[in-house]
Structures are given as structure tokens and as C-alpha cells.
Ligand binder design. Sequence first.
Ligand SMILES: Nc1ncnc2c1ncn2[C@@H]1O[C@H](COP(=O)(O)OP(=O)(O)OP(=O)(O)O)[C@@H](O)[C@H]1O
Ligand SMILES: [Mg+2]
Length: 221
Amino acid sequence: MINLTNIVKIYNKGKSNECEALHGVNFAVDDGEMVAIIGKSGAGKSTLLHILACIDSYENGEYLLDGQKIKDLSEREYAAIRNEKIGIVMQDFALVEDFSVVENVLLPLSFAKKKNKNRKTIALKCLQEVGMAEIADKPVNKLSGGQKQRVAIARAVANNPNYILADEPTGALDSKTADDIMSLFKKLNAKGKTVIIITHDKSIAQQCGRQIEIFDGKIVD
Ligand SMILES: Nc1ncnc2c1ncn2[C@@H]1O[C@H](COP(=O)(O)OP(=O)(O)OP(=O)(O)O)[C@@H](O)[C@H]1O
Ligand SMILES: [Mg+2]
């Protein structure tokens, strides 16, 4: 369960280029929901997602993840939550281009606190789920956009997180590939994962159980 109360995010606080990107966001997501976050460019969608994913901090308000106050955590606890509870899919994939497909999926597994002996088997299983096991040894820089997005999803689910967060996961894809990628997210949601997807695309948003619009740093509905 995600609970945000009055979240304020200020970039470059106290500097001449200070920018308040979120002005008191209230937002809750139940376990097992599939939610779309929509809104214009610059509205604060990525900022919100980075806070949800525990990859960025905030200046004010409270974020409870499964009842745990995120602000109170040490850097180590914060990193552990990010690794174990959250899988994030970035718009630009953020894969290690020189690594092979399977090496990319192995990364979060090797960072995990609980070291698993069957890491390679788990990575290959995740790749199989997204239809990429056959090219596990191919370098990522030889893949198409849709293939990279599949690898990014496999990497996001490698540690079996309860939350899958995706920033414009279909933004760079043709509509057929976008549909295939959405099917993967729906499959994960059907398995009980909480899925949050940022999108500009109405037809993608309509495939989610609920849509939240963010306008100028505030949730409008
Ligand atoms: N690292 C940063 N430093 C300073 N300002 C930032 C930073 N990242 C974002 N901002 C500002 O915060 C506001 C919200 O940006 P954000 O990236 O969250 O928007 P977005 O809704 O994701 O837009 P897009 O659809 O274009 O990705 C914008 O005004 C942006 O300029
Ligand atoms: Mg963005």
C-alpha cells in the first residue's frame, strides 16, 4: 500500500534556480491496483515516480510504503527497499548497453541482500516471461527498442518486487509493440503486483484500472 500525504518536492532548494515541482501531492494506491499517471510535460510525473521508487527524496510531507515511514529510513534501509520492494522501468530503459541481456537482469539480483545461488536460473526465467530467453547472451546494444523494454521489465521483476513502476514504458514504441508491452504489465498485475504507469497516451491509460492526472505539480483527479 502506497500513501502520500502533502508531498512537496523542491529542486535546487535555496538556489537561484529553485523549482518546486510538487506542491502537496496526496495519493494512495492499494495493493494489486493498476494505476496510470497522466499529465502534460513538466507536470511532475517523473518527479512523483522517482519519489515513489525511493530514488529521490522530498522536502515535505509523508510517504508511507506498506506502513513504513520512508523519511525515517537510513540510506541502507532505503536502498534495501528500493532493491526488494520496487521494480522500476525507466523511459530510456537505463540498461547497461555493453552488457548482455542476461547480465542486465542479473544486476539487481547481485545487489540483493539475500544472495541467491540460483541467480542465473531466476534471470533466465524472468527473460522467458518476457519472451527474451533465446537471446539472453546478446549484447543489449544490438537490440530493438521493444526488445530493450522487455529486458528492462525482466530486470525490474528479477527480485520479485510487489511494486512495478514504469515511466512512459511505451513512449518510444510503435503501437503493436506498445500493446505487447502493456500485455506484460497486465500479466504482472494479474499475478498480484501493484503497477503504476506514467503515460501520455490515452489508450494506454484507459487499459489501467484507475487514472490519476497531475497538473502543474498537483493531482487534479
Ligand atoms: N533534476 C531537476 N532539477 C531541476 N528541476 C527539475 C529536475 N527534474 C525536473 N525538474 C523540473 O520539475 C518539473 C517537473 O518535471 P518532471 O520531469 O517531473 O515532469 P514530467 O511530468 O515527468 O514531464 P515529461 O512528460 O516531459 O517527462 C519541471 O518544471 C522540471 O523542469
Ligand atoms: Mg517525465
